[in-house]
Design a protein around this ligand. Structure first.
Ligand code: GLU
Length: 435
């Protein structure tokens, strides 16, 4: 039997990371078993399933490089087949019509539960069962003649030959009903696996209120699709060793439903940010550099490409997401950078700092070559001979040339800025704050 899985989202205009994780697990499972991965767009809610909402979904899949093996099936095109099946169930006495509420609004079609206890082997949660007395008959066609989710979902899974249904555990209750439907329709019941919810720190379903929850949010903030893919893959699944940053091939190779955890998974945005940084460093240099130049352009910075490349080399390892770049680089390209008021107050406007900076300026002027090694040696000598603390020298120098207290290592930073900028900035800082 060839494995066939599917992702069956209902487009709403936003794609929640929990949905995407289900897509990723279905994809990994299919690829691991050399099977097919399919897409079914459950677009029967015509108000929400706008062309834009569907496009957002397709974009998210493309961003995660979730390739499908067949053309997507659009559920809205299948209404006739769904209604025919309901008629068939009616004719077999497995469903009945009822005017719900007796309001004369027309009759809906109701599926008759067969009255037996149901249990199934869940690929993640083990054996799950429900007693007959807790399962009620349910509507499969509304009184306005439209098929209900349960009927459409099951029929389309049959149509697409789906062998494994991997979806959120909010669907477990539905699954009992779906199994009865498969049986009534004379179809093979697929294998089910229900993924635990993604939750916030309070154990409640993770939502927009807890932070970024939609794929588009992460994309806008400069996260990489590959990094978010890896992060989501590990949010509820583990390869069984301590690997975290993994290639796609490694994930496909290692993926097993049995290694999915059955309890809720908690989002940790710090970990995602860390992972994204790892992926940024793995980017081919030219891609990373291209992203850097794109950010320059967005920020309206026109710079000498050679100088810009040196700046890039300096900040590269500090960038966790593309969105980090712009705030890191302002002072490299703009001489009118702002000074952090707290840094000025605490580190600059202190006795002796004017004198220290003036002496450093003199040392830098007389240096034969103004490079990393040269400034490093000269400032260390100065620290020693002056008896000043290391921080009492380095912090004012850094703030003078950049306006802020933290950033790349000081000596490479000075070398990239170059002697002219550094001297000019030190002078200006003394004038502005210390005279
Ligand atoms: N459209 C349903 C959802 O997004 C499908 C669930 C499923 O069977 O995968 O929740």
């Amino acid at each position: 039997m060839k494995v066939r899985t599917r992702f069956a989202p209902s487009p709403t205009g936003n794609v929640h990371i929990g949905n995407m994780r289900a897509a990723i697990y279905n994809w990994l499972f299919a690829r691991h078993h050399g099977g097919d991965f399919l897409l079914r767009v459950e677009d029967t809610d015509r108000e929400r399933s706008t062309p834009e909402a569907i496009q957002t979904l397709l974009d998210a899949m493309a961003w995660f490089k979730l390739d499908v093996d067949e053309e997507p099936l659009y559920q809205s095109t299948r209404m006739e087949a769904h209604l025919e099946a309901a008629e068939l169930l009616l004719s077999k006495g497995m469903a009945y019509k009822e005017d719900k509420g007796g309001k004369g609004q027309g009759e809906c079609i109701i599926f008759k539960m067969p009255g037996n206890d149901t249990s199934f082997e869940d690929g993640i949660k083990g054996t799950l069962s429900k007693a007959a007395e807790n399962m009620q008959d349910f509507v499969i066609v509304r009184s306005n003649g439209t098929p209900v989710f349960h009927l459409a979902n099951v029929l389309d899974d049959i149509e697409q030959g789906v062998t494994h249904v991997i979806r959120g555990d909010d669907h477990i209750e539905n699954t009992y009903r779906h199994i009865a439907l498969y049986q009534a329709l004379g179809a093979d019941v697929p294998n089910f696996a229900h993924l635990p919810m993604i939750v916030n720190a309070q154990g409640k379903p993770y939502s927009k209120r807890d932070g970024d929850a939609f794929v588009g949010d992460f994309r806008e903030k400069g996260f990489l699709g590959d990094a978010l893919f890896n992060y989501l893959a590990l949010l509820g699944w583990s390869p069984g060793d301590d690997r975290e940053v993994m290639t796609r091939d490694e994930m496909v190779e290692a993926f097993e439903l049995a290694r999915c955890q059955s309890s809720a998974a908690q989002v940790d945005l710090r970990k995602l940010t860390w992972m994204n940084g790892e992926y940024m460093l793995k980017l081919p240099l030219e891609d990373f550099e291209a992203a850097f130049f794109q950010e320059l352009e967005k920020a309206g910075i026109e710079a000498d490409p050679e100088y810009a490349k040196q700046v890039f080399g300096l900040i590269r390892e500090r960038v966790k997401t593309v969105a980090d770049i712009a705030p890191m680089i302002g002072y490299f390209f703009n001489d009118d950078y702002e000074y952090d008021p707290k840094a000025v107050r605490k580190k600059l406007q202190k006795d002796g700092v004017a004198d220290t900076l003036a002496q450093v300026k003199g040392i830098f002027e007389s240096l034969e070559t103004f490079d990393e090694a040269g400034t490093d040696k000269a400032l260390h000598n100065f620290v020693e001979s002056s008896g000043l603390g290391f921080g009492a020298v380095m912090a004012p120098v850094r703030i003078a040339v950049s306006g802020v207290q933290s950033g790349p290592d000081l000596f490479p930073l000075l070398a990239v800025l170059g002697r002219d900028r550094v001297l000019e900035r030190i002078c200006r800082t003394i004038e502005q704050f210390l005279s």
